[in-house]
Write a protein that binds this ligand. Structure first.
Ligand code: SF4
Ligand code: SF4
Length: 134
């Protein structure tokens, strides 16, 4: 009986359309909530490390002294937790799927802006130190 069931499945598979998609020959369907891969705007990163602490797989490494931000895409499970906690919103989800990766090709490292420098207080007696007149 099991052989008969298997034979029916095989015959049905032979004459039906492929169950798999022809990606990337045919582009995958994308919606506004499709999760492709995390991208960073390096100009806005203040190296606070919130993303590194929140990442459940340890995919992110932020070096404060070197001012670098790194992601291992082989470890990333595309949960967007890093994007949710980023205080400057410099991490976002690109709906495009990344290219196929190897263990060596999964690392993406970028130099970032780092902590914002505080504006020096205006010297006493200058126009900037005076309150605005109405
Ligand atoms: S999307 Fe999730 S797994 Fe990927 S780097 Fe961000 S927190 Fe880590
Ligand atoms: S990407 Fe965002 S959360 Fe991560 S270190 Fe930079 S500013 Fe902080």
């Amino acid at each position: 009986m099991a052989i008969l069931k298997m034979a029916v499945t095989v015959i049905r598979s032979v004459f039906s359309t492929p169950a798999t998609l022809m990606y990337p020959v045919r582009p995958a369907k994308r919606t506004p909530v499709t999760r492709g891969h995390i991208v960073i705007n390096p100009e806005q990163c203040i190296t606070c490390r919130s993303c590194q602490r929140k990442c459940p797989t340890g995919a992110i490494c932020v070096e404060v002294k070197e001012k670098t931000w790194q992601i291992d895409r082989m470890r990333c499970v595309i949960c967007n937790s890093c994007g949710d906690v980023c205080p400057t919103k410099c991490l976002s989800m690109d709906p495009a799927y990344p290219v196929a990766l190897t263990a060596r090709g999964g690392i993406y490292k970028v130099t970032v802006a780092g902590p914002k420098k505080k504006e020096p207080a205006p010297a006493a007696g200058t126009d900037a130190a005076q309150p605005a007149k109405e």
